[in-house]
Design a protein. Structure first.
Length: 459
């Protein structure tokens, strides 16, 4: 299908996710009362539900061999969503009269978003512990990347996290009545939310291919924001219903689920960290954003007895998000770097005749110098077998539409069931040459360069 059709599918999926999210506000309030959970623990309940898009994305990306999308979502969703959800709850509660919310008119007058203080101990601090654990497991050189043991460790930590969130500050259970209509609407809401999230992912996957960007970048800046949209709708709905603390704290529980449970399928298949600079910068912001969130809740009230966000703190979180986007796009990826960008510099170096494109021999010299074949060639012999070729396509060319089954034979030009270095260069040329004019333009070369391995291991 065309890009426009996938864009329409994306809009339809977002609408479906919104409808599903709106069905969750009232049942959440009743369920929290029925089980005697605190307001902050109520956030843990809705967090489990709204984390399903990220979990589904990561399972799908692991199964389909496009782990870069899942890794991008894992990193991006834990940075992008918190400032957006806090802003959403703040705007949703500027309405002066919200039924059942005591002292709300004063909060509106003081430009304050009041949050129960136990949210810090129950959710925010344990979540920061999960972020630190991921950093310890994946950043050190000897442990770098996501491995099966890491997945089991994070899953165990999540069990502890959710148990302490639900058991702390429990109150007396209340008797509530559930009608058949409420039950069916709740089930339908969850189903439609999950269905909408699935088609959001499918649409963004195709948009990634259409735009020619890497799977990690697509996960960071297309799939993550799209996956956050159901949470935006749920946050607005829950906050407007008077459950301000659950609307704010659910995002922490959601991201605890993402950081631990959605981490699991990626770790089971093993995901190397190819772009370490991009990875550690994301980990820094993944810690900084919830750390500010925690500090603002604890110190943000106008008095010692009132906790929450002041208006300037809400917009400070948004400013940090904008700084993150700027650092990644203009600092790490250098998307507007012009001749200062690393990919553009390589293009200029290998474009010996100074025209607007690389010819075959110029492109082949660039491939040799940057070391693409070496990065794909896992056993360091003179050929790529089919398993190495498939792994390379999935890991490094996720932003391109490459049909693995049909096209292996197109790379294996002499039919000996393996791809030589010369055949590899020709196949890579065909992939990069998106307009099929037998020339590699600067934009085509930079798109290929940003796929992962080559951009980080230039010789």
């Amino acid at each position: 299908m065309s890009t426009w059709i996938w864009a329409l599918v994306l809009l339809a999926a977002v609408w479906a996710a919104q409808w599903g999210a709106e069905r969750l506000a009232k049942p959440l309030k009743k369920l929290r009362k029925q089980w005697g959970f605190s307001l902050a623990a109520g956030g843990a309940l809705v967090g489990i539900a709204v984390a399903s898009p990220e979990l589904g994305i990561n399972i799908t990306s692991a199964v389909r061999g496009v782990s870069g999308i899942g890794l991008g979502v894992l990193l991006g969703s834990n940075i992008i969503a918190i400032p957006i959800m806090v802003l959403t709850a703040f705007l949703a509660t500027r309405k002066k009269n919200i039924k059942g919310l005591k002292g709300h008119e004063e909060d509106v007058k003081e430009h304050r978003l009041k949050v129960e203080p136990q949210a810090v101990k129950v959710l925010a601090l344990p979540y920061l512990g999960l972020v630190i654990a991921v950093a310890i497991l994946t950043i050190p050189k000897d442990w770098r990347g996501l491995q099966p043991m890491d997945g089991w460790i994070m899953l165990g930590m999540y069990v502890v996290f959710i148990a302490q969130a639900l058991l702390r500050g429990r109150k007396e259970k209340e008797k509530v009545e559930w009608s058949s209509k409420e039950k069916w609407l709740t089930a339908a809401g969850l189903f439609v939310l999950a269905l909408g999230a699935y088609f959001t992912v499918r649409a963004t996957e195709n948009l990634i291919s259409a735009f020619g960007i890497s799977s990690v970048i697509g996960g960071l800046f297309i799939t993550s924001p799209m996956a956050a949209l159901p949470e935006v709708f749920a946050t607005w709905s829950v906050a407007r219903s008077g459950q301000v603390t659950p609307s704010i704290t659910s995002i922490i529980s959601d991201h605890a689920t993402t950081m631990a449970v959605a981490f699991f399928p990626l770790a089971m298949v093993g995901v190397p960290v190819e772009n370490f600079q991009l990875f550690y910068i994301n980990m820094i912001f993944a810690f900084l954003v919830p750390a500010l969130y925690t500090a603002f809740i604890h110190f943000g009230g106008s008095t010692k007895s009132v906790h929450g966000f002041q208006r300037w703190q809400v917009f400070t979180l948004l400013a940090v998000l904008l700084v993150y986007v700027a650092v990644v796009l203009f600092g790490v990826l250098q998307v507007m770097g012009g001749t200062s960008g690393a990919g553009a510099n390589h293009f200029k170096t290998f474009n010996r005749d100074g025209n607007d494109y690389l010819e075959d021999d110029e492109f082949y010299r660039a491939v040799d110098k940057i070391g693409y074949f070496e990065n794909w060639n896992q056993d360091s012999n003179q050929y790529l077998d089919e398993d190495e070729w498939r792994a390379g396509i999935s890991e490094y060319l996720g932003g391109y539409q490459v049909r693995q089954v049909e096209e292996f034979g197109e790379w294996d030009l002499n039919g000996d069931s393996r791809v030589s270095e010369e055949e590899f260069k020709e196949g890579l040329f065909e992939v990069a040459d998106k307009d099929r004019n037998r020339q590699i333009s600067e934009s085509e070369f930079i798109n290929l360069y940003l796929k992962g391995s080559g951009s980080q291991r230039a010789k």
